[in-house]
Design a protein around this ligand. Structure first.
Ligand code: ARG
Length: 474
């Protein structure tokens, strides 16, 4: 009789069909097959190196594992959910192929440390791809900022016109967010890249294994220190989900601005047709669906973080089957984040910027009021007083339906004697932008500085990423 369930020795009744369905994870953890096999190869080599199995047996197992991998990739081995999970499916096929020798692979390990290993290997790859996706978004923003370097737009607070800023400055604000995200993923990788295999079910193993061999083979930086923590720890997944949630929050803010900017009210940009859809009823419509879905999918990514936090809450040590539920939120987040970042960089590169419309908007709403107040300050008027005076000028302009530049010098002087002809010099958008020369300000020279710094950062991190990828054979 073929043993599908390794625990059949102790059980009298077969598992209920519904229970199999309810408890299986193969329908979603099948995607770990490559990592599972890689981990098994490493484990097998270690067992042979430590004299726990023979080298002969090890090569037999490793060869058969390679065949199983090829079968899965060619779709020749049907991953039937009654195997329960990817570990058992692969082991089952291995034993089918080479008989009893295959049964030696699971010596000195358990599925509890095996799944921890698989998830860490999987996440390592994902994080490298996410970092690459983030760098592509940063590069796209950088290109846009350079292409539209001199465009002026209204800067907002409370979504009200506040002060004029460079469009490039606005874009570079998002570069800062995505840079922080990239750093967060780098940091998260430190806690992912730790090797748990050998912790076995929970207590470690009595076999004379060498965990550092496995760690070296799989390019892990270190080994977990406590077997009980090792099989129950999912912090590294939480960190990934939380870094992803923060990244998606940034994406959703940018998506929201893109949606606003492409509305007729703003009219600042036009999205490429390739990233929009029409309406089935209103012929004139061009909807920013991709940006809307980026905003919308952020909700699901937040939910995934809450799901795992809740799964882990109050779980006693060590492995509990609840932990199997970690995969769906993690896979879903990884897929969503990676596709979002890819589309975002593509969409950004194709944005058409309506420069005149942006600058036109920047002129409205007495956006240069701060310039006037600062002007009075340079004439010795205390800022608080200057603020009050300019407030009165704005009120006057509103009543008269005028802009600042429509006022005569006599009208200005009615509000304060310090005004003279030079006041008209400050009523210039471009100059107003350029006056903000403080560090991190919107002046042209400061933006140029940041563009250069960001370019250097991109170059350096891309180089590091390439090295890391080749270290892991990617
Ligand atoms: N499928 C399980 C999971 O994803 C693997 C570990 C199962 N261990 C166990 N003792 N049932 O968590």
């Amino acid at each position: 009789m073929e043993l599908k369930k390794p625990w059949q020795g102790r059980f009298e009744k077969p598992t209920l069909g519904e229970v199999e369905q309810y408890t299986e994870s193969l329908s979603f953890d099948w995607r770990l097959y490559r990592y599972d096999i890689l981990g098994s190869v490493a484990h097998c080599k270690m067992l042979a190196e430590c004299g726990i199995i023979t080298h002969e047996e090890a090569s037999q197992i490793i060869e058969a594992l390679g065949e199983v991998q090829r079968e899965i990739e060619r779709g020749e081995f049907t991953l039937d959910p009654s195997f329960e999970d990817i570990h058992m499916a692969i082991e089952h096929r291995l034993i089918q192929k080479i008989g009893d020798v295959g049964g030696k692979l699971h010596t000195a390990r358990s599925r509890n440390d095996q799944i921890a290993l698989d998830m860490r290997l999987y996440l390592r790859d994902v994080i490298l791809s996410v970092r690459e996706g983030l760098l592509n978004v940063i590069e796209a923003l950088l290109k846009l900022a350079k292409r539209f370097f001199h465009v002026v737009m209204p800067g907002y607070t409370h979504l009200q016109h506040a002060q004029p800023v460079a469009f490039s400055h606005h874009l570079m604000a998002y570069c800062e967010m995505f840079r922080r995200d990239e750093e967060r993923f780098c940091d998260c990788l430190k806690r992912v890249n730790i090797m748990p295999l050998g912790s076995a079910a929970l207590a470690g193993t009595s076999f004379p294994i060498d965990m550092s061999f496995t760690a070296r083979y799989l390019k892990f930086d270190s080994i977990t220190r406590n077997s009980m923590d090792s099989v129950s720890d999912r912090d590294y997944l939480l960190e990934f989900l939380s870094a992803s949630a923060i990244t998606m929050m940034h994406v959703s803010r940018l998506a929201e601005e893109i949606i606003l900017w492409s509305s007729s009210e703003f009219g600042f940009i036009e999205l490429s047709d390739a990233f929009c859809t029409g309406s089935s009823i209103m012929p004139q419509k061009k909807n920013p669906d991709v940006a809307e879905l980026m905003r919308g999918k952020t909700g699901r990514v937040y939910g995934n973080l809450m799901a795992l936090l809740t799964i882990l809450k109050a779980l006693p040590l060590t492995y509990n089957r609840d932990l199997q539920e970690d995969k769906i939120p993690v896979f879903d987040t990884a897929d969503t984040l990676l596709s979002t970042l890819k589309l975002l960089s593509m969409m950004l590169l194709e944005i058409k910027v309506k420069e005149e419309r942006m600058e036109e908007a920047a002129k409205t709403g007495w956006i240069l009021a701060t310039e006037l107040a600062d002007y009075l300050v340079t004439k010795g008027v205390p800022f608080r007083k200057a603020h009050h005076i300019v407030g009165q000028i704005v009120k006057f302009c509103m009543e008269e339906g005028k802009d600042f530049e429509d006022l005569t010098i006599e009208e200005f002087r009615r509000f304060h004697r310090a005004f003279d002809e030079t006041v008209f010099n400050v009523l210039d958008l471009r100059k107003a932008v350029d006056r903000r020369k403080s560090q991190g300000g919107t002046s042209w020279s400061r933006i140029k500085e940041v563009l250069e710094i960001t370019e250097d950062y991109l170059k350096e991190v891309r180089h590091n990423l390439l090295n890391e990828k080749s270290r892991y054979g990617l």
